[in-house]
Every structure is written in structure tokens, then in C-alpha cells.
Design a binder for this molecule. Sequence first.
Ligand code: GLA
Length: 705
Amino acid sequence: MVEIGADGRTWLLSGPTSSYGLRLGDEDELLHLHWGPRIALADAEALAAGPGPEYWAFEATLDGHEEYPVEGGPRFVRPALSVRTPERRGTEWRFEGYGTGGAEGTEGAAGAGDDELRLRFSDSGLGITLHYRMRAGSDVVERWVTLANEGPALEVLRADSATWTLPLRDGWRLSQLHGRWAAESRLTRSDLTYGEKVIGSRRGHTGHQHLPWVALDADGTATEELGEVYGCALAWSGSWRIAVAQLPDARVQITGGAGYDDSGLLRLEPGEGFVTPVFAGLWSDGGFGGASRAWHAYQREHVIPDADRYRPVLYNSWEATEFDISEEQQRALARRAAEAGIELFVVDDGWFGARTSDRAGLGDWTPNRDRFPGGLKPLADHVHGLGMQFGIWVEPEMVNQDSDLYRAHPDWVQFQPGRRRTELRNQLVLNLAREDVQEYLWERLDTLLSGAPVDYVKWDFNRAFTDAGWPGEAYPQRLWVDHVHALYRLLDRLRAAHPGVAFESCSGGGGRIDLGIMSRTDQVWTSDNTDPLDRLAIQHGYSQVHPARAMAAWVTDSPNTQLNGRVSSLRFRFVSAMAGVLGVGGDLTRWSGEELAEARTWVELYKEIRPVVQGGDLYRLRAPEGGLSAVQYVRGDEAVVLAWLQAQHHGEPVPPLRLRGLDPTASYECLETREVHRGAVLLHHGLRTGLRGDLDATVVRLRRK
Ligand code: GLA
């Protein structure tokens, strides 16, 4: 709901539990009013009538109060918008008007019941529109900015999507997700201090190092289930930056958008425009868990395509075979996968071009005839004959120097003349900003998906940008943004042409997980780290913002050959991977009959709990910090608990798990034991898991009676 004050200068957006308010000041400055619990328009008007920012000689009156601080004038905060013409630096904008509803300049499709507010400003022919949208039934505020240049050409050094302002409190604690390859999404919390905390990626992709999300709670008082939490997440899959600033008067603002540096984002010729990605914000008073559940619901309802269709259990051959693949071997794996009850069989790297190692073949998206003499169709038909869907791996944005594509078009990569072309994993990055590259990829991928019955594409991105040059282009800097837009367009076009094909976003594991890519893919590969214990911490971090419905997790071999050699039971591996979209990635041809039979039991159990895991509300019962950890999913009358015991120590009893989200007045039957538990007892005293020893795990299903 968007409400407008009597003077037409105060606006209030409200979701089910929260409101967001802003107003125009006496000199048409756009000032923040409120972000927090739901309030009435009269409350917002009372706030607007209150005293404005105070004036001090050495501080800028507006700092910490503006909705979108532009550059120039009495402002010393980091500008959200920074533009240059040969004559002018910065912006002195004038308010032009506002609009509500409708879909003008809309990023993504507006749905029925969505509310949108647009505020239009202009400066010397540059139109700047701030967009605010609350989706039906959600407390997430989506913000973005459109630029429309009707004036002289100008350079946009920076155009953030939004600046978020927090209420004045004594102090704030910042939660963030950091990591590296095979150790993504690690949750860390620290007190905010004066100055700026900046996270982001200058790598051309979202990056393993930080997920584009932050959360803040006042005075460090929030817990998993209690307290106010503010969160912001950026929908962008290229370089990005989020800066959290504690200003001299202790006010906190968070500004974020595409591009890491201020060294140039794009050039706007007369008549050109730009739409920033969405920077979404959420206020919740349900603690970190409540905030996560609201983020998850928002993504299932408004971001992830067809999220009400549950993801199948997949098999992926990468860890089993790496590059050493053949049709016969894939058929053998597929037969085993079908025996285990798997629903989707994915051939990973190595099926195309001269791809017998990571030194060759990227770019040549035709089946390797030595390995697949009849192309992919015979294998796809075999897989379909076994009752499974068929998927393939691709990495379209890359090329090996040893490839037909590179030999034909050495100028199609990002490079700078006379400088080294840096290879990482023996590959170069294609310049997707070029239209000929876009057309080539569209044609190749469309042909591929038309030539064999493919149901699923794992789309990888295995190196960062290093030599982002574009010889011959007047403004080569634009390739950073254009690459991402080209990727989005390609995915959109492929999805439209092949509506039956599902896509997975992968980037050496979890290097491209963000709301932008999630709006165009069906699931994400969480990490190349498939060790079931390491995974618990990665999944814990991922779940802060993203839902289990999109989180791919595989059961692989023990000892874990890929990474740390850890030995763990099938039970532990399966229960770890069942917390998301279950997959299997071990060498099934080496699993014993007993192991395969056990795997089949787990897969069957997963299929039963899938609607609750993929579609339910997540409660993190205990964090994976050693000892016992557990998550619970609740959907309607059903609840599922997954619990893991890392190590049991003598004299330290394993505590019962206090469940959440149940009706205290109801009774629940445990489908494992047929015992009936009272809701109030489960909530207050807890559920005994029976876990013991090292690396034990269990699944408990409860159904309301
Ligand atoms: C990346 C992915 C892996 C696998 C390999 C193939 O590292 O994360 O899952 O697909 O590429 O080369």
C-alpha cells in the first residue's frame, strides 16, 4: 500500500508488518522518514512535521538523512550518484513529480497487488527516477533508480541502486557472509564502528568472497528468534559494492549498487538511459530467523522462477569422473543413478570440443565425437528411457586459447592491446558486451538445446575478469555492466525459447549467488566443497538470505577425495545434503549394492520431505559451531527436523532440540517412531534426537494430529 500525505510531499509504503516513509523537505530535498514497524500515515506526517536536520558549520545538514545522496553541494557522505560532463561535476537536481502503481521504467515484472512509488528529479536534461516497490504480501522494499539522459553526453562514475537509512540507536552490529572458493557464505558478526565498512567484488562476477547482503541489528540485541533486524540484498551478478557507513553523528546508512569502484560505470549519450539493479531491503522483528524466513518467502514468491515447482533429485558426474568421460561410462552411471531413485542425470564438464582437460575446448559447444559418436542425443534418450531428466554443463562466457572459437576469433576476449592475456584455469573471458559474441552464444546454445532433449543446464563461470579491455570501443569500461546485461538477456532468451529447460547458476561453486541471477535460474550450486560437515557452515550462511528451494547439495564419496579426506557415513552425508535440493555426486559405479540400497532409501525419504524442505519455513534450531546443530522446516501441519552431531564428548549430554513454529496446543506424531508429542512440550522442553558418537545425523518427521 502506498499512502500520500495531505501536502503531497510525504509518502508511506506499507507491507504486512512494516512501513517505509519519506518526504520532501522545504527545499525539495528527499529525506528519509521511517523504516521499521508498520505505522499509520498520520504517524508519518507527524514525523515529517518534526524538526528537520540540524545545521552545523562543519557538518552537512543533509548527511545521513537523504534517501539518495547525489554528489555535490553541502554533502560529505559517499555519493550514491556521481556524474561528470566536461563542464560539470555532480548533480543539483530538482523535484519534478511522483507517480504510483503502473509499470513505467519497471525492473522486472510488476505483479498484481504490488505497490510502486516513483519520484522523478532532473538536472540539466538528466532525468533521475527513484523507484520503490513492495510486492504483494511481502515486507521487502525493492529500490532501484532509472537514469534517462535528454541532455548532453555524460559519464556516470557511479549510480547506486539505493541508500538505506537506519533509525538512530546507540550502536549497530553488522552481519555479513564472507568466504573464498570451497568455503563460501561464512556468517560473521561484528560491531559497527565509525567510518565505513565496504564489501563487494571487483572481479566481474558476484564472487565467493562476499554475498551481496548485509544485516544490521541495533546494539547487537537480536537473537535467532527475537529482535529487530534490517537487511539489504543486491540483485546483481557482476562487480558490486555495498558500503555501510556510521556517520559522525552515529547515524548509519547503507549504499549499494553495481560496480566496485567510482572509476566509471557507463557513458550516457543524449537519448540513452540506464536502469540500476534492484537493491532490496527488509525490516523484520522476528530476529535473524524471522528475517531469513521473510527473505526466503520473498524469493520463492517473487524472484525464483516457478518456485512452487520442486526441484528434482539430481546426479552429477563431476566428482566421479572429472574430465575422463565417455558415453559408455555415463550410461553406466545413469543406470546406477536410476536404481538409486534419482530424477535428473547431469553430464558435467568434458563432453564437448577437445575438452579432455581444462586446457582446451571451452567455446566449442558441440559434442566431442570421440566420446559421444552420435552426439548427446543417444545418451539423453538412454537417460530418459531410465525415467530421468537429462542435463548438461556449459561455461558459455569463457574460452580456452586451444579452441576453434579462439583460433577463429582471438579478438572476442576481453584484452588490452600489447598486454598479456591473463589465463586463470587456462581460460580467457569472452567479451559478452560484443554483439557478435552474444549472437554466437545464442546460436550455439539454442542449437544445442534444440539438437538433444536437454532438460537442465548447469551454467558455470570459472574465473574472474583481469584484463577488462575492449580495443576499438570508445568507452571500454562499459563492458563490466554490459557483460552482466548480456548474460541476463541470453538466459532470458534461452528460457523463453526453451521453457522446459531448468538452469543452475554455478561459478566454481558459489561464486555467483545473488538475487539477480536467482531471478533467472532455478537453483544455484552452493559450493564445490561437498564435505558434509564443512557444508553445514556454508549452508548456515547461505540460509541467512536464500531459501533451501534453490540450494543444491550433493552426496559425494567418502573419504572426501575432492577436498579434505574426511570419512563420514552415508547417513551423515545424506542428511547434510537433504537440507537443500538433494543431489548425488559420488562414483556410483564403485558403491556397493548395500550402499546403493541405502542411498535409495534416503532418496525416497527426501522425496517425501521435499515439499516441506523446499517450500516450508526454515528455523535454524542450532548453529553448526561444533556439537549439535539442527534445522527445522515447517509447512502447514508438517515439520521436518534435520540434526547433526559433530562429536560427542563424555560428560556432555546431547541436548534436546527445542522446536519452533509449532502449535503449542496441538499434538504431533513422529513418523519415525509413531510417538505422539505435545506441541507445548516440543517447543519448551524439546525433542530428544538419540544422536551419539561422531558425525551422527537424523531426520525426524512430525505431523500434526
Ligand atoms: C566448476 C564447478 C564444478 C565443475 C567444474 C567443471 O569448478 O563448480 O562443479 O562443474 O567446474 O570444470
